[in-house]
Design a protein around this ligand. Structure first.
Ligand code: IYR
Length: 223
């Protein structure tokens, strides 16, 4: 057993209510500009920018602070092509056979289909893995708690960091995604792909679907 040990909360910054109002408004304005983008430019992005965004993701809260995530950053064109081929194969099945009519109807406003050229064109794909447990060097397993929730939180923070940096992303979930373990050499026993995040600059001609966000009233209740 490791005993709890505490240090002062040194990182907290106190602001006046006016400052907090202005900061929260500014952050909301910034985040409302975020859109999921499918039209990527092939313009390169410096690796250190992605590294900073991943540091943000790694600061997410997690069950028992076990940080049950792993991010594989893919820029190698050969790997990107392999991933595109495998993903499009699954997507073809999904759109032509597997998806129930109701699901296809829900996707209609997004205009998605089985073609995923962005998987090769965007400078980075980030494969996010959930670690169900950690495997110690001596072969013992350490159980992770709320791993899926934790990785969801980390991924949300990654998406906002990427947006804040001035880049765009797409949350892509080919289903099933186990081909990512094989292509990227990640252990199937302990790790499950969570999603594939496509990251880069938007194409000059990029368009996005004309869809709306729910209002605060729709999504929140104060009691
Ligand atoms: N994985 C498919 C289908 C798809 C599913 C959902 I839920 C979306 O929000 C968008 C797409 C695809 O990526 O096309």
């Amino acid at each position: 057993m490791t005993k709890a040990s505490f240090i002062p909360l040194a990182g907290h910054r106190k602001h006046s209510s006016d400052e907090m109002r202005s900061r929260s408004r500014g952050y909301n304005e910034e985040m409302q500009r975020r859109r999921t983008v499918r039209d990527f430019s092939d313009q390169p992005v410096h690796r250190d920018i992605i590294e900073n965004c991943l540091r943000v993701a790694g600061s997410a809260p997690s069950g028992a602070n076990l940080q049950p995530w792993h991010f594989v950053v893919i820029s190698d064109p050969v790997l990107k092509q392999k991933i595109r081929i495998a993903a499009e194969e699954e997507e073809r099945e999904f759109y032509r056979h597997r998806a129930p009519e109701e699901w296809l109807q829900a996707l209609e406003p997004l205009g998605t289909d089985e073609c995923k050229p962005f998987l090769e064109r965007a400078p980075y794909l980030i494969a996010v893995f959930v670690q169900k447990y950690a495997l110690l060097d001596d072969g013992r397993k350490v159980k992770h708690y709320y791993p899926t929730e934790s990785v969801g939180l980390a991924t949300g923070m990654l998406i906002s960091a990427i947006h804040h940096a001035g880049l765009v992303s797409l949350t892509h979930t080919p289903s099933p995604m186990a081909f990512l373990n094989d292509i990227l050499g990640r252990p199937r026993k302990t790790e499950r792909p969570f999603l594939l995040l496509v990251v880069g600059h938007p194409d000059k001609q990029a368009t996005v679907p004309d869809i709306q966000r729910k209002t605060l009233k729709d999504v929140a209740t104060f009691v």
